[in-house]
Write a protein that binds this ligand. Structure first.
Ligand SMILES: Cc1cc2nc3c(=O)[nH]c(=O)nc-3n(C[C@H](O)[C@H](O)[C@H](O)COP(=O)(O)OP(=O)(O)OC[C@H]3O[C@@H](n4cnc5c(N)ncnc54)[C@H](O)[C@@H]3O)c2cc1C
Length: 531
């Protein structure tokens, strides 16, 4: 029997998409086009559709592979090595923060959890006031948000939240704190809960099933398993990009090289990948900011054992949030945080939980009754919260150095206590702050006492993040930023950046809609210029 679910990638290939898997190449290749786009995630996908639909010849480069619904099996052991940077084990230089980023056609949008928020007005205001980006008003951005929301079917999730998310909603109601239901980029979602392993039903409106098919149908050429190594710099112009074809393992170079020459080069390799390409190329930068002020939303977690079954692996992953502590303090005074509830699957849980041996096993056994809450801290606004720096290892691969500063520890401590209060208010039997020195607390008073004693030490607190921003930030002039407010590089006339790296601070909300909207705006301007 044939599957009722279409594999949009296999169908596109059958109707003649131009896709080259660089791992199959036996000789070096030279290509020419109007626009070469490096990276096929949120920014690259948006750029590819916009530019290909204008009739420009587009080559889209991706270091991961092209997969589709029939390859997404809802199995962590298959998904992480195939779909994530460093098999979902990417870490900061001191290993204090684990970073989730996609590495496949569609980039992080293929594996993300679908939460959809516009850039908060307070963040845009900060960029205008503190970073001189006067044009980025709410009125200027609103049509771009509306456009991408319509393109990606972004709407409030109408189904009831799963029991995992209900804990946050109940806790907020009991404590008199605000909470709200999320908007998601889905169409006909089956409410499975496996978004992080690639959507097996095509419901998630990721780049893999929306803009990239549209670009390929319009004649774009997709090169997969091809890693952009460096830009070909000639004075104020970029002549093209040099790529390493990857071998059969999709990781190590095969030895073949591709050279793509183009009128315009667009970088969308994500906020670690794009600064790394600029650094490997020795690109000029009067601001000396390339790779600097790279921001995560450092996330801390709190687990709760509930009386009722939660089955946190089932149902839409993030559907309830609370911004009660996001806007509570002036941005420059204290780091605020957004509260959400992540999906829980065994590998993700096993690698995030603290402890070893029988204690660890005991916690894993409680998984059916487990609620996990997260606090997503808003880095980049406090004067001491200056984020991290992308550096290059000896082999040229990127490494993010990300010190955890005092304002972040202050936010973590506040967030852990808030999450414990919320979980107990929602009826938790016990609460575990995800920190090596914490033990399950049976009462709020016990949790509070433990929190007073927890050391602010890296590698003891478990910190994670799936949101990477900055490192090639917009600035009002070439001294204050790497690119201008339309992503155009200040030093190169035909180089544009359209991914999360253009943001001068973290977003303060899940960033995909911000990346889509800024990419749509920048590539619209670029398309008009190239027409
Ligand atoms: C597990 C997970 C859950 C998330 N959940 C949400 C959510 O619910 N809501 C939300 O708003 N955001 C979420 N995000 C974040 C969101 O998806 C990202 O912020 C967004 O996709 C970033 O867009 P980008 O274009 O900057 O980079 P990406 O989408 O990461 O795309 C970059 C692409 O470039 C490729 N690349 C990198 N270097 C090279 C190179 N040298 N050569 C060729 N290709 C290269 C990468 O393989 C990747 O495919 C989540 C992310 C993850 C990983």
């Amino acid at each position: 029997m044939t599957s009722p679910i279409h594999d949009t990638s296999l169908e596109g290939l059958a109707r003649g998409w131009r896709v080259t898997d660089a791992s199959t190449l036996k000789a070096n290749q030279n290509l020419e086009c109007d626009v070469v786009i490096v990276g096929s995630g949120a920014g690259g996908g948006m750029a590819a559709e916009s530019l290909a639909r204008r009739g420009l010849s587009v080559v889209l480069i991706e270091e991961g592979g092209l997969l589709g619904a029939s390859r997404f099996k809802m199995v962590e052991a298959l998904a992480y090595p195939e779909l994530y940077q460093e098999s979902a084990g990417r870490q900061t230089a001191d290993k204090a923060i684990t970073i989730l980023q996609g590495r496949t056609v569609g980039g992080s949008t293929t594996v993300n959890w679908t939460s959809s928020f516009r850039t908060p007005a307070t963040t845009l205001a900060w960029w205008r006031d503190a970073h001189g980006l006067a044009g980025l008003t709410d009125a200027e951005m609103a049509p771009w948000f509306a456009q991408v929301e319509a393109r990606l079917a972004i709407d409030t999730w109408a189904m009831p939240p799963n029991p995992n998310n209900s804990v946050l909603e109940k806790g907020c109601a009991a404590l008199g704190l605000s909470s709200a239901r999320m908007r998601r980029n889905v169409k006909g979602c089956w409410n499975l809960g496996y978004c992080g392993m690639g959507c097996p039903t095509n419901a998630k409106q990721s780049m893999l099933v929306t803009t990239i098919p549209a670009a390929l149908d319009a004649g774009a050429h997709l090169l997969t398993r091809a890693r952009a190594e460096r830009l070909l710099l000639q004075g104020r112009r970029v002549a093209g990009v040099i790529l390493a074809a990857l071998g059969a393992d999709g990781i190590r170079p095969s030895g073949q090289t591709l050279t793509v020459r183009a009128r315009e080069v667009v970088l969308a390799a994500g906020a670690i990948g794009t600064p790394a390409i600029l650094l490997r190329s020795g690109a000029a930068d009067a601001s000396a900011q390339t790779g600097k002020r790279t921001f995560l939303h450092p996330v801390v977690l709190s687990g709760a054992v509930m009386n009722e079954e939660i089955r946190p692996w089932q149902g839409a992953p993030q559907t309830v949030y609370s911004d009660e502590f996001l806007h509570r303090w002036p941005l420059a005074e204290r780091v605020g945080y957004k509260l959400e509830v992540p999906p829980i699957h065994p590998v993700l849980l096993g690698t995030t939980l603290t402890g070893f041996g029988s204690a660890h096993r005991g916690q894993m056994r409680q998984m059916p009754n487990l609620n996990v809450m997260l606090a997503l801290t808003r880095d980049g606004f406090h004067p001491e919260s200056t984020g991290g720096q992308v550096k290059l290892r000896g082999d040229g691969s990127p490494l993010l150095d990300y010190p955890l500063t005092a304002p972040l520890w202050d936010a973590f401590r506040h967030a852990w206590l808030t999450m414990a209060e919320l979980q107990f208010a929602a009826g938790a039997q016990s609460v575990l702050t995800v920190h090596e020195d914490a033990a399950p607390a049976r009462t709020l008073a016990e949790a509070h006492a433990q929190l007073q004693a927890l050391p602010d030490e890296v590698l003891r607190a478990r910190v994670v993040s799936a949101h990477v921003m900055g490192g090639a930030a917009m600035g009002k002039d070439e001294q204050s930023g790497v690119v201008d407010a339309h992503g155009r590089h200040w030093q190169y006339d035909n180089l544009t950046v359209v991914d999360g790296s253009v943001f001068p601070t973290s977003i303060g909300a899940n960033p995909q809609v911000s990346v889509y909207a800024f990419a749509a705006r920048s590539t619209d301007a670029l398309g008009k210029r190239l027409a």
